[in-house]
Design a protein. Structure first.
Lengths: 384, 384
């Protein structure tokens, strides 16, 4: 069977998949597809990365005797992606080729330039077998050691078919197989034009990364006494500042234009705030500050909550616990007895005390009932 | 007894406390001190706020028949604080006066100016009874309805005695009582000079607030399809953007100078990043981006972890659960049976799937054991 010709609806076929690049994403895809019955082969310029991925069960190292893959997943660093896609399209003329890089439009431009270059074997016609995709499942660790087949469970996976004058370039079957692979790995599929994708991730992924890094970098020279006062606000805002510089150099420079647009707006806001704070009692100054915070309120209110629904207002309730094994379990046990679903929870703790606060988010209608029942169970309950 | 003359070590005395201002902080202080045996009276310019605070048990409304308080806690909005402190110092010439505003130096300057004004009853000598403090226990909600006596449990409470030429202005007893009140409310006491405090909170509290608001405000006009892709990175960075504009106008404008210094540095970084991204393939461009992210790594590594210790590297392990009552409890129950302490946990979930991932942080030495035991219990376990 040639995967190109049949959409997955027509078959229960598990195509042979070659995963090119066995870092975190590639090895996780290999693990997930192997577990779901696909015959997966692996290749990576690093023999060590390839061996680790094979060892953990992501697939078999590709050998010359293997039949050609029906689907190739290119999981290379962003800068190497277009080259790898072009080489896969020419090496396997019957295969559908997907990539999983986190920026889409620049890769497409590079592929078109390559196809138009008479010195390269790639032709425009080959691009009907290419579908750009972006599984939004990162981790703070990287490499095949961190891989896991469930990495994509319940995570968004964006499929970005290229189009020319409103007509999709990839075949229907190629797009359908890209979608099928994402679904088989447990992801939630979103469709988006490549440019729209890049603008979206600039805003919801690249901007927060930059902001976290900017804030965290100011902490380098801070006195230890200041950092001792740090609370959850600082911890939350800077958590993703722990990310990998090499990866982010490639992501940010591959999506430079949409990010630059956003940063111009950000800089204007910073400039206005600096001017206001240079004479904070001047007329209109306080209104300027209030506007910034209010606009932040409005933007924050648009960030979806759990399960992608509208940001739901859960009611919160805090239970004070000792910091020893079993306490949180005991709390949640009792919550389960009451029959209330915990929509979200976080632990809250701070310097110097061996007690913790478990904050439980529940549907507003259930809070009173839960607070009363938990108090009866003997817990120290505080309502938010 | 006159509270001014005796340090708390010498007595098991529970001084009479007047709380002036019954918003979130004032009402919480009233609740906590009443529960610990203090006779607390309350006053607030808003009769409603005062009545609510009294109703929930924060203390009794102040009446003319009450004996003078031994300690006055001013819990007014930042801009009203200096005026309230001055009036308390003159109205109760035997009392120690504390405030709990989140910025300290500007209040002190205003108090000194008032004391030097011959038209005002306040004298320089009165200032030996004043101690500026800052309990770092905010909430996203405000007002006495949100108050709770445990608000300060395990939270930092900064005590900022003023000094002139290296000599503290407040008496030893005044400082000791400020510390005692904070400790009786369960807080962890830190001592800091007022200016150092203001520079510290500019960095660890005001800068993250500004960054969260700046990022969130850019989301106002974003297409819904972009926001559907939002993950925990965006949610974490923007969480505190939900804060109260009125409060933050006062905080930011009362601490304008240290914040402006930091924002100049931030703007320089943004400018450099914009220049780099305008020609991302220019020589040195990628190195500039890598430097920003690396500096963020370094700063983030300095943010203390749980219990104020150095940021400890816990090992993480993820358990996949159905989204229904009792699942998290069941997970933690089994964890407790294994006898491993959960150092931190978070729930991870995303659009479209009714499953959750419970991420457990445990000491690195316990992870393998826990993962094996949980798998045996039948859980789907994924190691981070």
């Amino acid at each position: 069977m040639n995967a190109l010709e049949t959409t997955p609806e027509a078959t229960r076929h598990t195509p042979r998949v070659l995963v090119r690049g066995t870092g975190l994403l590639g090895a996780s895809i290999g693990l997930g597809l192997s577990a779901r019955g696909h015959r997966v082969t692996l290749s990576d310029p690093s023999a060590v990365a390839q061996a680790i991925a094979a060892d953990i069960g992501a697939g078999a190292p590709k050998s010359a005797q293997d039949p050609d893959p029906e689907i190739v997943v290119v999981a290379a660093p962003p800068e190497a992606t277009a080259g790898e896609v072009a080489s896969a399209l020419t090496a396997f003329p019957g295969a559908i080729v997907l990539d999983v890089a986190s920026v889409k439009d620049e890769i497409l431009l590079e592929l078109h330039a390559t196809a138009d270059d008479p010195g390269h074997a790639l032709r425009r016609d080959d691009l009907v077998r290419y579908v750009g995709t972006h599984p939004m499942a990162g981790r703070e660790q990287s490499g095949p050691v961190a891989a896991r087949g469930e990495l994509f469970t319940a995570m968004p996976w964006v499929i970005c078919p290229a189009a020319e004058q409103g007509v999709r370039i990839p075949t229907e079957a190629a797009v359908a197989w890209a979608e099928e692979i994402a679904r088989r790995l447990g992801a939630t599929v979103h469709f988006m034009a490549p440019k729209d994708h890049d603008e979206s991730v600039a805003l919801i992924s690249h901007l927060p990364q930059i902001a976290a890094s900017l804030v965290a970098s100011r902490l380098q020279e801070a006195p230890a006494s200041a950092l001792e006062l740090a609370g959850n606000g600082l911890r939350d805002v800077t958590r993703i500042a722990a990310s990998d510089p090499n990866l982010w150099v490639q992501i940010l420079s591959s999506n430079a234009a949409p990010i630059t647009d956003i940063l111009h707006g950000l800089r204007d806001d910073v400039d206005r705030l600096i001017r206001t704070l240079e004479s904070p009692r001047a007329p209109g100054g306080q209104a300027d500050i209030a506007q910034l915070i209010s606009e932040g309120n409005a933007g924050r209110a648009r960030v979806p909550g759990k399960h992608g629904g509208p940001p739901q207002s859960f009611s919160r309730l805090i239970v004070i616990v000792d910091d020893r094994p079993g306490q949180i379990a005991a709390v949640l046990n009792d919550v389960a007895q009451v029959g209330v679903n915990v929509e979200d929870m976080r632990m809250d703790h701070s310097a110097g005390h061996q007690v913790g606060m478990v904050e439980l988010s529940v549907l507003p209608g259930r809070r009173e009932e839960l607070a009363e029942a938990m108090t009866e169970f003997g817990w120290k309950v505080v309502q938010s």
